[in-house]
Ligand binder design. Structure first.
Ligand code: GLN
Length: 547
């Protein structure tokens, strides 16, 4: 029977609940347990697909095409499992389901209420992931205890222990223990209050993870233990870490996974953390500075490009490189080019995005990278901008554009597919989730992946317009990967360039700390070569990646 861990948050949001859940997942996996993780989000959107990345951070796409919360990215990267859309449920999706059932007449004349109908649906979503093949399901409840909209979720997880038995459920509360610098002390009061709030909802936490910028000492942990009736061993100090990937080791040193196994009566032996420790050694050794410009629209919120950043880091770890990201607002690119301020970059990434703001800057950056032989990686919208640049500036196609941004362009080099043109429902026309591509045998992309057929996740509506394919190919921009039926262009690469490669997909969603996404790995390698060319001392450093 599946054991359940519920992770709630107190005092403030963005404490790293998701990373705590993900790290604990990894520790349990290293004990040989089969783990799944899920996020329950109390907001009303049916999924985060329609939310502005400025507000909510990136939309993480699963293989099965789920548009999900970015915490699922942390989960996948830490537990190294591909999750599905079922690993994310929002208030909106839960209500949609209940309302549809109500309209369908499924409630037989009953009054439909938050308790039991909404709470039952929340519990059904949790049970949906449990099963014979899952030893432990970790469910993170988004938001903060004390929020109005979190109440049905707390009620559902409270009932859950009653439903499946006390030995099968444990509650972990992640809370902030602020450090007050002028008085040089930690304060436990906010934690006390959030535990009281949680208890007011009928949930006594079994363990408390104290987030702070400094380690929380034993005296303070004892105080929190006393005041919240949680055994001292289950009050865990989790100070800010230098690297995300250190967190599992910190939590293990603090004994969190032992506490959880005791509570859930899991007899699984010690976790094997050798691989994870080796990864952390490589993270520490990844110090060769390489500067990568990320040309984005949402650069004021770093989380908007979380998986891209992590993929660059994974590739950096592989090559011993500490990738330094220069966040470049796309609208500023043209000014920066005039001032010759992008010359110092070792590589340029043009990530995905929607909407026309900053498009000209992204196209200009693509062109600059092409002409100056700067390694350039295009992701989804990035590919589209590179195609537009090439169309305009190499093929001389006047006003070439994506029809998303210029519907009257005489040369829509990026366009909707025929079959999508007349569909009103925009969501319905998105290409979402994993699609396979056939790689051309003599291409660099084929060499980089080391496979003929690859699968990457997608989230877009527009495509390379096949009518222009021959002209691009003849001028040296090769379509090095396409859909199995040959209709859709999935990868492009420019001949005679250190690295000007793009994909219509989002390979960043499949990168793992010890297995960087191949395109990122090759891109960072190309950027490293440029950095070495500009600064020969770098060559002194031993670059070989371990393992
Ligand atoms: N806006 C583009 C499209 O819909 C690109 C989307 C993206 O980069 N994810 O095709």
């Amino acid at each position: 029977m599946t054991k359940h861990i519920f992770v709630t948050g107190g005092v403030a949001s963005s404490l790293g609940k998701g990373l705590t859940a993900a790290s604990l997942g990894r520790l349990l996996k290293q004990r040989g347990l089969r783990i799944l993780i899920q996020k329950l989000d109390p907001y009303i959107n049916v999924d985060p697909g329609t939310m502005n990345p400025f507000e909510h951070g990136e939309v993480f796409v699963t293989d099965d095409g789920g548009e999900t919360d970015l915490d699922l990215g942390h989960y996948e990267r830490f537990i190294d499992e591909n999750l599905t859309r079922d690993s994310n449920a929002t208030t909106g999706s839960i209500y949609s389901h209940v309302l549809a059932a109500e309209r369908h007449g499924d409630y037989l004349g009953k009054t439909v209420q938050v308790i039991p109908h909404i709470t039952d649906e929340i519990k059904r979503r949790i049970h949906l992931l449990a099963g014979d093949d899952v030893d432990v399901l970790i469910t993170e409840v988004g938001g903060t205890v004390g929020d109005i909209e979190i109440l049905p979720f707390l009620e559902a997880i409270r009932q859950f222990r009653l439903d499946v038995g006390p030995d099968n459920v444990c509650y972990i509360h992640v809370t902030l223990v602020p450090y007050i610098a002028p008085s040089g002390e930690h304060k436990t009061k906010p934690t006390q209050h959030s535990v009281i709030e949680l208890r007011g909802r009928g949930i006594q936490p079994d363990a408390i993870v104290c987030r702070s910028d400094q380690p929380v000492g034993e005296a303070l942990c004892r105080k929190i233990s006393n005041l919240s009736s949680v055994p001292l061993a289950a009050v865990v100090s989790a100070p800010d870490a230098d690297s995300l990937y250190e967190i599992p080791l910190i939590l293990h040193d603090e004994g969190l996974d032992d506490v959880v196994c005791d509570l859930l009566r899991i007899d699984a032996g010690e976790p094997d953390l050798e691989e994870w420790k080796a990864l952390n050694r490589r993270v520490e050794a990844a110090t060769i500075p390489v500067r990568v410009g990320l040309i984005g629209k949402y650069v004021s919120l770093v989380d908007a490009y979380l998986s891209v950043v992590e993929s660059l880091n994974h590739a950096g770890i592989h090559h011993g490189v500490g990738v330094q990201i220069e966040w470049i607002q796309a609208e500023d690119v043209e000014g920066l080019l005039v001032a010759d301020r992008l010359r110092d970059l070792d590589g340029i990434v043009i990530p995905g995005g929607f909407g026309s703001r900053g498009i000209d800057g992204k196209i200009a950056a693509a062109g600059y990278a092409r002409e100056q032989e700067i390694p350039c990686l295009g992701l989804c919208l990035g590919l589209q901008c590179m195609v537009v640049d090439f169309g305009r500036n190499v093929l001389g196609l006047e006003r070439a554009h994506s029809s998303e941004f210029d519907p009257t362009s005489p040369h829509p080099v990026i366009d909707l597919m025929e079959s999508q043109r007349d569909v009103d429902d925009k969501g319905g026309t998105m290409r979402l989730g994993a699609y396979v591509a056939q790689l051309r045998s003599d291409s660099r992309v084929r060499e980089i992946y080391g496979e003929d057929v690859v699968s990457e996740r997608h989230r877009h509506r527009y495509e390379f317009n096949p009518r222009y394919r021959q002209r691009f190919e003849a001028a040296g921009l090769h379509c090095s990967g396409e859909s199995p039926d040959g209709r859709l262009v999935e990868f492009i690469e420019l001949e005679d360039h250190p690295f000007w490669i793009a994909t219509q997909a989002h390979p960043e969603f499949k990168s793992r700390p010890d297995r960087p996404a191949p395109l990122f790995r090759a891109f960072v390698e190309a950027a490293l070569r440029r950095a070495e060319g500009r600064n020969p001392q770098l060559l002194q450093v031993d670059v070989g990646a371990e393992g």
